[in-house]
Design a protein around this ligand. Structure first.
Ligand code: SF4
Length: 219
């Protein structure tokens, strides 16, 4: 993966060229499985499309699938997903009532020995994948969105985002939906110090609660 020239094996115009005419979550997921809108498909196991209730009030958007998600084909099922499950439970949110997805649907990684290490998707890859996220937002029609991490936030809001300045307070997102920026659950995993890790988790729980409340009270 590392060193692959951007655009190799990719369709000009990104994922838009692969969108189905008739849109439902099932038809989108089916079509996304064959997306060649950027070069990431060539090095991943499979497309990891969003999952959750077709009419979920809250949509959670992460950056991209991780190693476990790439193998399983489902979003947020690896270690970060377990942190997310814990945070949602602590916030009193049933994961079955939210829709989870990623800004980019294929795993970008670089090899380190036998391991595949996460590599942040480029702005061009995020942009290429944006039509899929837009289509998910259109079909699900969430009342609010929570962006997990700065890459997701920039993808959803369409502008650079500074996490320390913008997290936790709803801003107007796609379709003027209240949109809350918070950390990615993997940030909790990366924090070594126990007290700091607990504080990170508490902050995530708080921000998810804010997003849920915005979804609950927004029409
Ligand atoms: S990352 Fe997105 S745009 Fe690129 S190939 Fe995968 S689904 Fe298509």
């Amino acid at each position: 993966m590392a060193g692959t020239p951007a655009g190799v094996g990719a369709q000009a115009g990104g994922g838009a060229a692969f969108l189905p005419t008739r849109r439902s979550l099932a038809s989108l997921a089916w079509a996304a499985a064959d997306c060649r809108g950027c070069d990431l498909w060539a090095h991943a196991t499979q497309t990891v499309f969003g999952e959750g209730g077709a009419r979920a009030r809250l949509m959670l958007v992460g950056e991209q699938p991780g190693d476990a998600e790439d193998r399983a084909g489902h979003p947020f099922v690896g270690p970060a997903g377990r942190i997310l499950d814990r945070a949602l439970a602590q916030a009193g949110i049933d994961r079955g009532r939210v829709y989870t997805t990623n800004a980019v649907k294929h795993f970008r990684w670089e090899g380190r020995g036998k391991r595949r290490l996460h590599k942040r998707p480029s702005a061009a890859q995020v942009s290429a994948c944006r039509p899929w996220l837009d289509a998910e937002i259109d079909v699900v029609g969430p009342s609010a969105i929570a962006c997990l991490g700065v890459t997701a936030a920039a993808a959803v809001l369409g502008r650079p985002v500074t996490l320390s300045r913008e997290r936790g307070t709803p801003v107007a997102g796609p379709g003027l939906r209240p949109t809350v920026v918070t950390i990615h659950p993997s940030a909790v995993l990366r924090t070594r110090d126990d007290a700091a890790r607990h504080a990170q988790l508490d902050g995530l729980v708080h921000d998810l609660g804010t997003a849920w409340e915005a979804a609950r009270t927004s029409s």
